[in-house]
Design a protein around this ligand. Structure first.
Ligand code: 1GP
Length: 246
């Protein structure tokens, strides 16, 4: 079964999912492997790997180490086309649809497509929607795009719908790593009610309480990244993984 089929199957059964994001610039491969082993025991569903600056060759070593400690699917979450690593199971093949920068709408995708076609990496087509989060996030700066205004709920829902009509398989509502404010609950609910493909929410989720709100608002899949660098990170990760079955 493909990585996307597994995600879709859980989504269709209304099972919530939890992905963790590891940036190879923030963790050594050894410590990442330990985190992923624990994550698998806690019931985390998949591991995203990527960041704003990291290079593909570093990512390959990082993934190799993680794979030696766990069977969780490893999904690339690339900052651009240079971050393709051949040993990943899948890649979020995304278009930054909230922005109007052609390079992140289609340019980077063209650069990466042939390489992916010649690899075993499964591309998962995804609409990436960046939402204002109270600070200038790395993704906002690096992509040179304006995020969706927090209060423009209907505009966010229209973007998601357009993405679904264009044939994309998932939506990622993103406040950006290290966001001051996570994606508003009302926006999550509006997007959830507009589409019938899996909805991922991430950015600025710092504890299980906030994660619970996002699940209740309608997120099918939650992503946390920075949380793992906190002293209570593993504890919160365990609590968030437990929320899935509540
Ligand atoms: C970033 O949504 C992810 O792309 C995770 O964000 O690091 O703020 O958890 P955080």
């Amino acid at each position: 079964m493909s990585v996307y089929q597994k995600i879709k199957e859980k989504y269709e059964k209304k099972e919530k999912q939890y992905f963790i994001l590891l940036d190879p610039d923030d963790f050594s491969a050894k410590s990442a492997a330990n985190i992923v082993k624990t994550a698998e025991e806690f019931g985390v569903d998949a591991v995203l790997v990527g960041g704003s600056l990291v290079r593909g060759d570093c990512i390959e070593n990082f993934i190799a180490e993680i794979k030696s400690s766990s069977k969780l699917p490893i999904i690339l979450f690339p900052g651009d086309a240079s971050q393709i690593a051949n040993n990943a199971d899948a890649i979020l093949f995304m278009s930054l649809v909230s922005g109007r920068n052609p390079d992140f709408l289609i340019g980077q995708q063209v650069k990466g497509a042939v390489r992916i076609a010649h690899s075993k990496i499964e591309p998962i087509s995804m609409a990436y929607m960046l939402v204002e989060s109270g600070v200038t996030t790395s993704v906002e700066f690096m992509s040179n795009t304006r995020p969706l205004p927090r209060e423009k709920i209907d505009i966010a829902a229209a973007h998601a719908l357009a993405a679904q009509f264009l044939g994309m398989s998932m939506i990622y509502l993103e406040a950006g790593s290290g966001a001051k404010l996570s994606v508003p609950d009302e926006m999550i609910s509006a997007v959830k009610n507009s589409v019938n493909i899996p909805l991922i929410v991430g950015g600025g989720i710092r504890n299980a309480e906030s994660a619970k709100q996002k699940f209740l608002a309608g997120a099918d899949i939650l992503v946390t990244g920075n949380l793992l660098s906190y002293s209570n990170g593993l504890e919160e990760m365990k609590k968030i993984a437990k929320l899935k079955s509540q």
